[in-house]
Each structure stands twice: as C-alpha cells, then as structure tokens.
Design a protein around this ligand. Structure first.
Ligand code: UD1
Length: 367
C-alpha cells in the first residue's frame, strides 16, 4: 500500500514521526513523507526532523509564503502535481494546519482515500483558521483517527458515518513517551541558568492573541509583571516575533532581567524546557496535551479549547488575558493535581493505526 504521509508545520512533525517509524518497517507498506514547506525555518522544521530521527522528506513542495489563501492554494496546486506523478493508495494528513486541509482536498478530488489523524477536535470557534481546516478535512476523510471520546461525539454530531471513525489514541504522546528518557537527560533549564521548577515557560502564536495589537500588549504587560516574581523563558514563534516588533515591545523585553526571549527550540529542547518548568503559559494546542501527560500545570490563554479532555483529565485551564496574573499565582499555590491517565494516550497509538490501515486496505481491496 503506497502511502503519502503529509506534514507542513511544526506540530505535524511529532505526529507523523511514530507513524513513519512503524510503517517504514512493515513490508506491506511503502511510505513516503511529503513536506509542504508551510514551516521552513531551521528552527521551525529542520531541528524537528533531526530530533525525531525522521529522514529527509521524500518530497518537498516548497510552498512557504503568503496569506492563508495563497499558502493553501500553492499546496493544492503542487500536491496535485505530485499525486499525478506518484499517485498514492492513501494520503494521511494530520492535525489542523492549512497544509492539512489543502492536501486532503487535493486527494479527495483525485479519489485518493484520505486518513485524518487527530480527527474530531472542535473548539466551536469558527474564527480560528484551524477550526475551518478541521471541519472540512474531517468531511473529506475516509478514515478518521481520534484520540478521545469527545472527538468521536463531535464527528457523529456532524453526520460522519461512525464506521469511518477509529479511536486509536494520541500519536503525539507516542513521540513524547518514546523520547522521554532523552528529554529527562537534557536539562535545558541548566543551560539557561535555572533550577528545575522555578521558572515559567511561555509561548504564544495564535492569531487571536498575537495579531490583535491591543490583546497582545495586554498579554505582554502581564508577562512582564509576573517576571518580577517568577523568571520567564519565552521561545518566540515567528508570528509572535513579528507582532512584538509591530507593537514595539522587543527592546523593553530584552532589557527585562526577568525575561529570557529565545529562538524557537527543537522538539527535545522544548520538551525539556517544559519538563523542568513550574508552569506553562501558552495558547498552543499540542502543549495542552503534553503538559497534561507530564503533570505540569498549564494555563491556556484562549476562550475555548478543542481538547476538553485536558481540562477534565489533565492539568490544563483556560484563562482570559485579564486573569493571567491571578490564575498563575493561584495555580502556583495549589498542590499538584492528581492525574487521571487518559485512555489510549499510552505510546501505542501508531501500532493501532497500522492495524486500522490494514483493516481499511482489506475492506477496500487496496493493494
Ligand atoms: C501554524 C498553524 C497552527 C499551528 C502553528 C504552529 C495554520 C492555520 N496554523 O500557525 O495551527 O499551531 O503553525 O507553529 O496552519 N513563518 C516563519 N518561519 C517559519 C514559519 C512561519 O517566519 O518557519 C512566518 C510566516 O511567514 C508567517 C508567520 O510566521 O508570516 C505565520 O506562519 P503560518 O504558517 O501562517 O502560521 P502559524 O502562525 O505558524
């Protein structure tokens, strides 16, 4: 079975890694990695391929600039060309980035079966580009791999045939489980001059936070306030860097002895930073899951989450920009929460995915 495993942006790489590791050792699968080029900086892409021991992508579509429409359109055109030259029996897309939607749409129109990993997540907020990408990708997919019961419910509510849904668990947690021994040994905080559990790790990149100058200024104000009591380490995403330059806060943050602004980190270094932190302040999707697995308190600066299981079973909490300081202080005083292990977030999702693919292939008579 010829498979294209598609990744375009930073959070995709951790999800394809365990699939590639498992599929590439099976004689009945011929798997090729397609990198769309949505993320192209060394720190946003190359470091991840090295850390995750992924090979150089078999195909690189090199689509890296422009508005979301230009980005999506460029991937549509280039992925169609690739499918015409080297047609797969299935395209596997992951997550919710623009590349996910573009490749799912191309494949579906060429009648190539589509499997979607991390299917069924919904924030209920259609102002997020990712929410549109999720809804459309799920509608186009033939096989929908989910990681939680809520995701299955969301799909059924949208009229997806339940026979297409397979709850395989969390592939990103596979990567974390696989690399945790290495992550534990790294102690990135020591390189930065901190003892473990003394600093806050901060990340922001969502358009709703960083592209809104007033909202982002309010967030930066609160991070600066917190930094007088708790040191802050902030690996800055390119979108957030552009915003900090636009609102002219870079120089002041760099002068602040309580804040370390650093470049985006590779996977191992970033997870080590999180692992050693006292608390994480973020608007990321994936970090809500990783902190929940690790038992690190996480405050997510968003009005909603597509990952409610991290609120009920994990360490995650949603906060508004106005409440950041009070909630950080409250969480730092709380004893650590007792953790409910989330079913199927166990490091074995990729094994279940291989089985699911075989069942699909046999039911469709794909070679
Ligand atoms: C994208 C995803 C988001 C994911 C995030 C992780 C969509 C809609 N959003 O958001 O779901 O959580 O990736 O990082 O797909 N840039 C660089 N270097 C890079 C990559 C991007 O400078 O390697 C610049 C781009 O030119 C652009 C900005 O950063 O100006 C944002 O990049 P983009 O890919 O549009 O979206 P992200 O905000 O990274």
């Amino acid at each position: 079975m010829k498979i294209h495993l598609i990744a375009g942006a930073r959070p995709n790489f951790m999800k394809i890694a365990p699939l590639y590791r498992h599929l590439s050792t099976q004689p009945d699968f011929d798997v090729k990695i397609v990198h769309t080029g949505q993320h192209y900086d060394t720190s946003m892409s190359d470091y991840f391929f090295a850390d995750l021991t992924l090979p150089t992508p078999h195909y690189h579509l090199g689509t890296n600039t422009g508005t979301q429409a230009e980005q999506t359109g460029a991937v549509l055109v280039k992925y169609e060309r690739l499918c015409q030259d080297d047609r797969p029996d299935m395209s596997i897309v992951v997550g919710d980035v623009n590349s996910t939607l573009a490749c799912a749409l191309t494949a579906a129109k060429l009648s190539i079966p589509v499997a979607h990993l991390e299917s069924g997540l919904r924030s209920g907020d259609r102002t997020m580009p990712e929410e549109i990408n999720r809804i459309v990708t799920d509608q186009l997919s033939d096989l929908l791999w989910t990681h939680s019961p809520e995701a299955d419910d969301n799909l059924r509510r949208e009229g997806i045939d339940p026979r297409k849904i397979d709850r395989v668990g969390n592939a990103m947690i596979d990567t974390l489980v696989h690399l945790l021994p290495k992550i534990r040994g790294l102690a990135v905080h020591e390189r930065l001059g901190f003892s473990p559990q003394t600093y806050l790790a901060v990340t922001f990149h969502r358009p709703a936070n960083v592209d809104d100058d007033a909202a982002f200024s309010r967030i930066v104000d609160q991070v600066e306030s917190l930094s007088s009591d708790y040191p802050v380490v902030w690996p800055v995403h390119p979108r957030a860097m552009k915003a900090l330059e636009r609102i002219e806060r870079i120089a002041e943050l760099r002068r602040n002895p309580g804040v370390q602004l650093i470049d985006p980190l590779g996977y191992l270094d970033f997870m080590s930073l999180v692992h050693g932190s006292r608390l994480v302040l973020t608007d990321s999707g994936g970090i809500q899951e990783e902190t929940s697995y690790l038992g690190i308190p996480c405050l997510t600066v968003r009005p909603n989450t597509e990952r409610p299981i991290t609120l009920t079973h994990g360490t995650n909490e949603l906060v508004s920009p106005a409440n950041i300081i009070s909630r950080v202080e409250a969480r730092l005083l709380e004893p650590s929460r007792s953790m409910n292990r989330i079913p199927a977030w166990d490091g074995r999702a990729a094994e279940r995915i291989v089985e699911s693919l075989r069942n699909f292939r046999d039911s469709r008579n794909l070679s």
